[in-house]
Design a protein around this ligand. Sequence first.
Ligand SMILES: Cc1cc2nc3c(=O)[nH]c(=O)nc-3n(C[C@H](O)[C@H](O)[C@H](O)COP(=O)(O)O)c2cc1C
Length: 198
Amino acid sequence: MLDILVLFYSRHGATRKLAERIAQGIDGVAGAQARLRCVPPVTTVVQPLEPDIPATGAPYVELADLEECAGLALGSPTRFGNMAAPMKHFLDSTGAQWFAGALAGKPACVFTSTGSLHGGQEATLISMMLPLLHHGMLLVGLPYSETDLMTTPAGGTPYGASHVAGPDANRPLQEAEQRLAVALGRRLGLIAVQLARP
Ligand SMILES: Cc1cc2nc3c(=O)[nH]c(=O)nc-3n(C[C@H](O)[C@H](O)[C@H](O)COP(=O)(O)O)c2cc1C
């Protein structure tokens, strides 16, 4: 059974919902299972450290999760057209894995959630691809054979799964957004299984 790491940061839960759908897609692939992990928040204010284990939801990621995974789905809310600082902070701690080529040749995809429809989803998704390319990962997007890409009234892009959470960050995932997130997870899982074949 191949573990596919679904790694995300989510302040208000919208990106987490996408992560769960991507995991659903991965879990639907024979031979693949999703491993859900999140990164802790960071702050410019000096304060006591976060507890080692979150009170609810996915555990905090460890670098070993990256080394052990056969693929990676990376998700972050959009912050000013870019990934959120906690995700960048975590990625900046992966120098040893970069030197060792721990992620090289593994498939990866990206996902995001925004407040507004034109708030920079594609820019965020592309920004998240850059460190993964440096790691030598093989990026997986969504093909237009996923017909929801043509008709979605909210999120869902060929660059990765996405969600428009609205100004109060509380809109539920739309059906097309859910289908596209599941399809992305499924595609990632299938490719990971195919790459792992001898
Ligand atoms: C500091 C900050 C910057 C943000 N920048 C953007 C932005 O550039 N475009 C956008 O559409 N939404 C922006 N948002 C809204 C979030 O991307 C949106 O609420 C997202 O769905 C939250 O995801 P989460 O529930 O996983 O935390 C921003 C929110 C904050 C707090």
